[in-house]
Each structure stands twice: as C-alpha cells, then as structure tokens.
Write a protein that binds this ligand. Sequence first.
Ligand code: ZN
Length: 261
Amino acid sequence: MKKDSYKLILRIVLFLYMFLNSNVIVNAQSNDNFRKLQKNSLDQIHHKRSLSKINPLQEQQELGVNDSIFKLFDVDIDLTLGEISLDMSWGDPVKNPQIRGNKASNLYGPVRYNADGSVRWHRGFDYYAPKGTPVYSVGSGVVSLVQKHPDYGLCVLITHKRPKKTYYSFYAHLSSVLVKYGEDVHKGTMIGKSGTTGNAYDLTDQEEHLHFEYRTSPKHSDRKQANPNAILKTKFYSADPKNKWQANVGVVKKGGQSLFE
Ligand SMILES: [Zn+2]
C-alpha cells in the first residue's frame, strides 16, 4: 500500500516535470520564431516571392523563414461566427479622418517603393492617429480576431456579414483593445485605441497612425485586401495618381463625416 502511494506520487511528479518542460520548449520555439518573423516582415516575404519564381525550399533558405513559421501568426477565422446584418451603412475608423502626413503613399495600392526601386504595395490606409486615438468599427459585425502580430502589432479583425457578401475590416498597431473575440459591434463602436505596436514601434509624432484594411478574405496570408474607399464613409484619393513618386503627392478627401456629426 505504502509502495503504491510512493509510485503514484513519483508518477505525478514525473508528469508535472514533463508537462512544465514541454511548455518551456514550446515557448522557446515560438519566441525564436517570433524573432525570425520580426526580421522577415510579411511585406518582405511577399515582395521577394513576387519578384522571383524561386521554389519554396530556396525561399526558405533565402529568407530563413518557412511557411510553417509564417502560418504561426496567421489564424483560421471561424466563418460561422456572427449574424447577417441588414445595416449596410459604413462609417470611418477614426473621427475627422486624415491620412498620415497627407501623403498619397499612405493610401492603398502600388504607392511605395523599395530601396531597389521596385514597387511595393501598401495594403490599407494609414490614418494620422496620435497614440491613444479612439478607433471605431466601420460597420456592424462581430470581432473575429484579436491578435498580437510581429508586423501588425496588436490588431483586430471584424467580420461584417451582409445578405449578399461578407466584408472584413482590420485595424493594426493598436495600443489597447476594448472588445473581446466573438463580441458583436456596431458602426461607431469603440474597439480600441491607436498605438505604435508591431513594425510601427519606432514611429513618433506626425507618423503615428492607424493602419486600416478592407479585406474580402479574412486571413493575413490570403492577401485579399482591397481599396478601403469601397466601403468607407470618407474616401481618400491621390491628388496625382499618375505621378511615379506618390510620397511627393497629396491626398484629396471626399465624403462627409456624418457618422459623428
Ligand atoms: Zn499602413
């Protein structure tokens, strides 16, 4: 009897030891992956992928990152979450929206350049938003993702189900999030505050912004962003879309701010 209880205690101790150890290993691995991903931002990965038709193995060697690492930070979105809403109206993610620096290179599209002169897409709008600026849901929907991402920082994805189509809005570099996964939100619901998390960590003053994306598919790796003007209340355009250097071009604002008037 005594021997049996000793055995039992020994088993429990052994189990706890293995359990704790496996957690330590998993954490160490994901921290390591996190550092690798920070060095290889999503934009870099996709830029290199688009430039060359290299095979995945070559790509892994070249970037020091593989799809399994990349996918660690992508999350399958539960598409059954949320109800279809008949409210088709859209607002803006910040009050009195302004584009960061008033520059067309902070709009959506092939508006940026890499050091080698090749075109780089910006996949959303950067709104001027000093740290702590309230951020609002642009429409009724459900919070489908709250995540800490190496590039996007603290970010929120909202699924907007409509009778004929599902839309997704995405808010990045936040300093805080005020909603929970699975929570229903409405147009104008405050979902968090802007910040400089993720790859915006070194930005200050006029460069502090909210990165906002309109997506037609929820996953980061699907890269199905589209022009936010398709849904937003206030729309922004390049003042000179044909100019090669959009960083030298201003923006034109159209539409009202009736959401907050
Ligand atoms: Zn951005």
